[in-house]
Ligand binder design. Structure first.
Ligand code: TXA
Ligand code: MG
Length: 320
């Protein structure tokens, strides 16, 4: 059955709709909601069956744990057991916002959420709709990005409808997600803390609060049998059309070479500002993927901290 789709204002959401959405979460239903990064596929984090359904719907390996979303730091104690002081400092600085902290897990978090592991990933999202929904629901909500496993993440409700529209119960449509790439994931259970996924909160931003962190693993190490962050799979965020990375200098040559071979090439064109580029990255990939090209070419952005999240997503999207 097709999901209900409810338009909802991104800045002053209709509370009666959110009450209905929260009721569905409490009934074990799957509710797709906007965050500042991407749309999330939400379930009541303490409802094992609902959490299991997330994995089924996404085709996600059970070994890949979920992020738990909370409304305020007071809910910390429901999801973690023992939060290191530096995690509190990061939370104070960057929450609500696109930073996920990996912390020791509270015993009441079901093993399904954490893929059987001893840690739980937690964040407070900054989107007014997400925050209000979490407050009204009053429980932690487990939510991965609302796409099928390894496919391009959704930054608009239409992206969700075309891939998971038949498999979820409700989609709250608040328009485009402002940040456009998934949250930064930082493991603070290790010393020094380790960056598991680059995102909008950059390495220099983190280091300005807690000092030096470990960055990695590099994409090649992610193929080892037991990667530290199970979600760091080499192929991810990928369009169905093959995507090839090229240097900015090589792009014109490569384009004419491929065109001479009779191939129809789509070019990923991003703004020069990394924040603006992130905001449209996935929508552009979705658009190019639907346009029927033989091949997509993406110029690789500069090797700087500000572009790290986008480089990471493009490298995974290009991985055959
Ligand atoms: O911006 C975001 O983080 C979005 C929105 C919806 O909040 N969510 C998201 O979830 O991107 P997902 O499931 O697509 O990615 C979660 C990432 C995965 O790479 C996963 O492996 C990692 O976080 N992760 C989750 N729990 C973890 C844990 N306990 N230890 C290490 N990595 C973990
Ligand atoms: Mg994802």
């Amino acid at each position: 059955m097709a999901a209900l789709v409810w338009p909802i204002d991104a800045t002053t959401p209709d509370l009666s709709r959110l009450q209905e959405a929260a009721k569905l979460l409490h009934q074990g239903k799957l509710v797709v909601f906007p965050t500042e990064t991407v749309y999330g596929l939400g379930a009541h984090a303490f409802d094992r069956q609902a959490v299991q359904r997330i994995f089924t719907v996404k085709g996600r390996p059970a070994s890949n744990p979920l992020i738990v979303h909370i409304a305020s730091p007071e809910q910390f104690d429901q999801v973690t057991s023992g939060c290191p002081p530096l995690a509190r400092r990061l939370a104070e600085q960057f929450w609500p916002g696109p930073l996920t902290l990996v912390l020791p897990k509270h015993p009441q978090i079901p093993a399904e959420v954490t893929a059987g592991g001893p840690t739980v990933a937690v964040r407070i999202p900054a989107h007014p709709v997400a925050l209000a929904l979490l407050r009204i629901a009053g429980v932690p909500v487990a939510a991965p990005s609302a796409n099928r496993s390894t496919a391009i993440s959704p930054t608009r409700a239409e992206h969700v409808m075309s891939s998971l529209g038949e498999a979820v119960d409700l989609i709250l449509d608040a328009g485009p997600c402002p940040r456009g790439v998934e949250s930064t994931v930082l493991d603070v259970t290790v010393d020094p803390p380790r960056l598991l996924r680059p995102g909008p909160i950059t390495v220099p931003m983190l280091e300005s609060v807690i000092g030096s962190i470990a960055v990695g693993p590099p994409p090649s190490a992610a193929e080892s049998p037991a990667p530290r962050s199970p979600g760091q799979m080499a192929r991810h965020y990928a369009p169905r059309t093959p995507l090839r990375l090229v240097s900015v200098e090589q792009l014109p040559q490569e384009q004419s070479r491929l065109t001479e071979q009779g191939l129809r090439c789509g070019i990923l064109e991003l703004p020069n500002d990394p924040r603006q580029a992130a905001a449209i990255l996935y929508a552009e990939l979705h658009r190019l993927d639907a346009a029927g090209y033989d091949l997509l070419l993406a110029p690789l952005p500069p090797d700087t901290w500000d572009w790290l999240a986008i480089r990471d997503r493009l490298q995974r999207a290009a991985h055959a």
